[in-house]
Design a protein around this ligand. Sequence first.
Ligand code: NAD
Length: 367
Amino acid sequence: MQTIKFAVLPGDGIGPEVMAMALKVMDHIAGMSGLKLDHTEADVGGIAIDRHGAALPESTLKVCRDHDAILFGSVGGPRWENLPPKEQPERAALLPLRKHFKLYANLRPGLLYPELSEASPLKSARIPKGIDMLCVRELTGGLYFGEPKHTRALDDGDFEAVDTMVYRKSEIERITLVAIEAARRRQGRICSVDKANVLETSVLWRKTVSDLVAERAPELELSHLYVDNAAMQLVRDPNQFDVIVTENMFGDILSDEMGVVCGSLGMLSSASLGSETNGHGKPFGLYEPGGGTAPDIAGKDLANPCAQILSAALMLRFSFDRDDLATRLETAVRETVVSGTRTADIAFGGASVSTGAMTDAILGNLS
Ligand code: NAD
C-alpha cells in the first residue's frame, strides 16, 4: 500500500475552511484507490504568531521536514496587518519556507474552463474556449534574494536603497528543465520572458534557455518575449501561450496578471517544487491555492474549495507520482463546475452553494 505523507498547514482566514475540504477529498481518494494517508497539521502565519510568537515556528518546520510534501492554505489578515513588514505572516512564513526547502520552481496553471469565461475580465467573447496555460516562475533567485540588499544613509544626507538581481547559469538551466518537462506534457511550446534589451541577467537567461532547449528538447517550439510585451500579450490573447518560463520578479507579476485574466482566485492552484527529492524519489513540494485568506468571506461557508482541492491534485502528481489520481480529481472538479454547481465567486449572480455542498458535489463526481 502506498503511503502519502504530507504536512498540513491551513493558516488563517478561509485557509482552515478550504483545507478541511481538501482533506475530505483526499480521504475519499485514499479510500477509492487503496492509498494510506499520513498527515500532520501545524500552525503557520497569523495563528502561529498568536500561539507561538512566530509565523513559522521551529515546531512547524520540523513537521514539514518529517513529511514528503506540504499542503498549504493561506496566511495573513487584518489582525496582523500592523506588524513590522518583516514579521508579516506572508513574508515571515512563505519566504523562509521557500528558502528552507529550496523551492526553486513555481508552477501556476492558468486554467479557465470555457463555461467560466464570463468570470474573466476578458469575457467569453474574447476567450470562448476559456484559457489553458502554465506559468513556470523561478522562485529562489533574482532580485528577491540577491545580495547586497540594504538601505543606508549617505554622507550628503540622502538615502540609498539597493537590491541585487543575480542569476547563475545553473539556476536558469534547472528552471528551464522544469519548463521543458511541462511543455512535453502540454502543447510543446515554451515562451521565455526576460528583459534582455536592458539586463545582463536577462542576456544570460535568454542564451541559457535557447542553448538548453536546442540541446535537450529540439522538438519543442521556443519563443522569447520582453516582459513588458509579455504583460500586454497576456491581456490581448492569453491563449497564444502554452508554457511561460521566467525569472522570479517577472514571474511574480505575470502570474498574478494571469490569475486576474483567469477569473476567480478560488479556482487557481499552484505548486512550488524543491531541488531535494522526497521518500518517493520525487520533488519535495509546497502546494497552495492562488488566492489569500479572503477575510471578506472567512467564516461564512462561502469560500470556493476548488483551488485548495486542485492544489492537492498537483501534490499527488508532482510529489507522489500519482498523475492518475490527480487527473481524476481535476476531472471531478471540472465536471462539478460545468454541471452548474458553483460557489458564489463563480456563479455570476446565479444560484450558488456553500463550501461544504461544493465539496460534496465534487465527491459525488469522484465516485
Ligand atoms: P485574497 O486573495 O485573500 O482575496 C481577494 C478576493 O478574492 C476577495 O474578494 C476574496 O473573497 C476572493 N477570494 C480569494 N480566494 C477565494 C476563494 N477560495 N473563494 C472565493 N473567493 C475567494 O487577497 P487580499 O484580500 O488582497 O488578501 C487578504 C489577506 O490574504 C492579506 O492578509 C494578504 O496578505 C493575504 N494573502 C496571503 C497569500 C498567501 O498566503 N499565499 C496570498 C495572497 C494574499
